[in-house]
Design a protein around this ligand. Structure first.
Ligand code: PGA
Length: 256
């Protein structure tokens, strides 16, 4: 299976000049690397999505959104629906990022509605799960992951699992430079697969990709993705630097 490199820009690239610099740099750097066994998705802010789709389709880089509404259309001021994203040519939507949980008070129940809307629109959902430092310290990590997965995936059918990507992001590792050990990431991967198997049956979940996210850099990509057997990475800060971002892609797909 191809390794998946996803970049989450968050609220960055503030001007059109910054956006255009980023796109030309990403396009140029992409030519320099081997893309064998590597799928790339970049998730800029909403306002840049259309331009990104236009500029990156030639390079075979897909474009994702960082959020979307659970609603389809209507009086929901400020919201953007999954079908609007689909119409733009977007292929993925990040759902359940820990910043949405912590800063905007969204819950797994909210994320479930969003996941289902994303799938209904024919897009892929990158559903983020992960434990807080307290949950890890008090031995509640497994329960937290189980709750997030079972609530977030409620009423998602077995036949829709090919639209689901799980990103394991320990909350304490996001934006912090603190990272888990390889064996801890491996344990989380096995745990997530077990929880999915409990819901759907083991043979049904072997194709669901499980990514690692949280302080992934060139220096840590091997330890956080290759060694623990993850299917890819969700990269925040380093995805804003095309050269570093693609270097991470080369490491995880072993195209070095
Ligand atoms: P980071 O962010 O790579 O900057 O830690 C990861 C994320 O938020 O997905």
């Amino acid at each position: 299976m191809e390794k998946l490199l996803i970049g989450n820009h968050k609220m960055n690239l503030l001007t059109l000049a910054e956006r255009d610099n980023y796109l030309s740099s990403l396009n140029a750097e992409t030519q320099r690397i081997s893309r064998q066994d590597l799928e790339i998705v970049v998730c800029p802010a909403f306002v840049h999505l259309e331009k990104f789709v236009q500029e990156l389709s030639g390079a075979n880089i897909r474009v994702g959104a960082q959020n979307s509404s659970a609603e389809v259309r209507g009086s929901f001021t400020g919201e953007v629906s999954a079908s609007m994203l689909k119409a733009l040519g977007v292929s993925h939507v990040i759902v359940g990022h820990s910043e949405r949980r912590m800063l905007f008070g969204e819950t797994s129940k909210d994320f479930n509605a969003k996941v289902r809307a994303v799938i209904a629109a024919g897009l892929n959902a990158v559903y983020c799960v992960g434990e807080s430092r307290d949950q890890r310290g008090s031995g509640e990590m497994a329960a937290a992951l189980e709750r997030q997965l079972s609530e977030g995936l409620q009423e998602v059918a077995v036949s829709q699992l090919d639209r689901i990507i799980i990103a394991y992001e320990p909350i304490w590792a996001v934006g912090s430079d603190e990272i888990p050990r390889t064996d801890e990431v491996m344990e989380a991967r096995i745990l997530i697969r077990k929880i999915l198997a409990k819901i759907y049956g083991l043979e049904k979940v072997s194709g669901v990709r499980i990514l690692y996210g949280g302080s992934v850099k060139v220096a840590t990509a091997k330890q956080l993705c290759v060694d623990p057997g993850m299917d890819g990475v969700l990269v925040g800060r380093e995805s804003l630097i095309p050269r570093e971002f693609l270097k991470i892609g080369e490491i995880i797909s072993k195209n070095m």
